[in-house]
Design a protein. Structure first.
Length: 377
């Protein structure tokens, strides 16, 4: 039986105070999920809320990251990275056809993908200073794919970009013998800047961090217009993973201080008195109805202060199980900003879809690796 997403339930948020309730009529766009399977092909695409069968991505490979790209020439779902070859896969949503995309200079496991104005920026999530057998996450750590003129073809090669200054670019000979295990901890696209902070996984002593590894601390920003990196803040970003844009310089992300609970941040990159770029970031108090918390491992923006979450739910969570009758919970939320002191999340609706696939079991424990909306309503 082909994989399908069958709608099972839908409800709203009756717990929201009357003064905050408002009917928001926004045209809905198709929502796509990329799910991972235990067998090959490794990934397939599902369209939420439709009876359309899954679309296997035959050119995909384990360890890919996925994102959506749109331009006047078309809409694509793009997979980059993986554990084998260094190519990319591009699925044309309109033509329903998969193509091989440009070649990376070096392959990257689960890279950070940042689409912006027809360009796709590809960043190593765990930069390595040593070339292994497969060359995974070796230099260059930062590459760019151009979609402005339409789908790039297989013969093209990604553009190599300058690496972030908080990556191990200035490593010393003693450090090379025992290099720091650096990984991207948090990132966001704020205006024309890609913001980035990293974490050292093999350093446990705070004293060592303060002295030897100070060069890996702080927040850097890549200006996509000037094509340069700058340090924009002396502190690391206060959230985990990606910050989802909500509009009006507001972003939603998991707070470090609140053990991963969602928080709203107001972020802006401006010019300091010395003429350098400077990040301004303020946490905005967040009020969420107790009966309707934000559920979901994946968040993506919908525009106009709205966003969606995707939460995978299975009946049997044992690794050996085949995830009998699993389901996907798709939540849609909106931001209601009463004033500049509070950002109130109002649940708009929730839909539950059963995932049926007897022929190709889903990966464990969380098979949904990407979620996004694209295309016209």
């Amino acid at each position: 039986m082909p994989t399908e997403l069958k709608r099972a339930a839908e409800d709203g948020d009756d717990s929201t105070p009357t003064r905050l309730r408002r009917k928001i009529v926004v045209p809905e766009k198709p929502v796509y999920l990329v799910v991972e399977h235990k067998a090959e092909p490794a990934y397939s695409i599902l369209s939420v809320g439709t009876m359309a069968p899954k679309i296997p991505l035959h050119l995909s490979q384990r360890g890919m990251s996925f994102t959506a790209m749109e331009s006047p020439q078309g809409s694509w779902i793009v997979g980059v990275g993986g554990d084998k070859q260094i190519h990319t896969t591009i699925f044309d949503v309109t033509a329903s056809k998969e193509w091989q995309g440009p070649w990376l200079h070096t392959n990257k496991m689960e890279p950070i993908l940042i689409p912006h104005r027809g360009q796709l920026y590809v960043l190593s999530s765990r930069p390595s200073v040593k070339r292994g057998a497969m060359g995974l996450d070796y230099l260059p750590w930062f590459e760019q794919i151009n979609f402005e003129d339409g789908r790039p073809n297989q013969a093209e090669v990604c553009l190599e970009l300058e690496p972030p200054p908080i990556f191990p670019c200035r490593i010393t000979p003693p450090e090379y013998r025992n290099p720091p295990a650096i990984r991207v901890a948090s990132y966001a696209m704020v205006g024309s800047h890609i913001l980035l902070s990293v974490q050292l996984d093999n350093v446990t002593s705070p004293d060592k961090v303060a002295r030897k590894y100070r060069k890996y601390m702080g927040t850097c920003g890549y200006d996509v217009e000037k094509k340069v990196w700058e340090m924009v803040h002396e502190m690391n970003l206060p959230f985990l993973g990606q910050a989802v844009p909500l509009g009006d310089q507001l972003f939603l992300a998991r707070s470090k201080e609140r053990d991963g609970a969602y928080a709203v941040y107001c972020m802006h990159v401006g010019q300091s008195t010395s003429g350098t770029s400077e990040l301004s970031i303020i946490e905005v108090p967040l009020v969420v109805p107790k009966s309707r918390p934000i559920l979901g491992e994946l968040l993506f923006p919908l525009g106009r202060g709205r966003f969606s979450s995707v939460h995978f739910r299975s009946v049997d969570t044992e690794p050996e199980s085949k995830l009998g009758k699993p389901s996907v919970v798709h939540g849609t939320y909106s931001i209601v900003k009463e004033n500049f002191d509070d950002a109130i999340i109002m649940k708009q609706q929730r839909q539950v879809y059963k995932v049926a696939d007897r022929s190709c079991p889903l990966a464990h424990p969380f098979p949904v690796v990407a979620a996004f909306t694209m295309g016209d309503a």
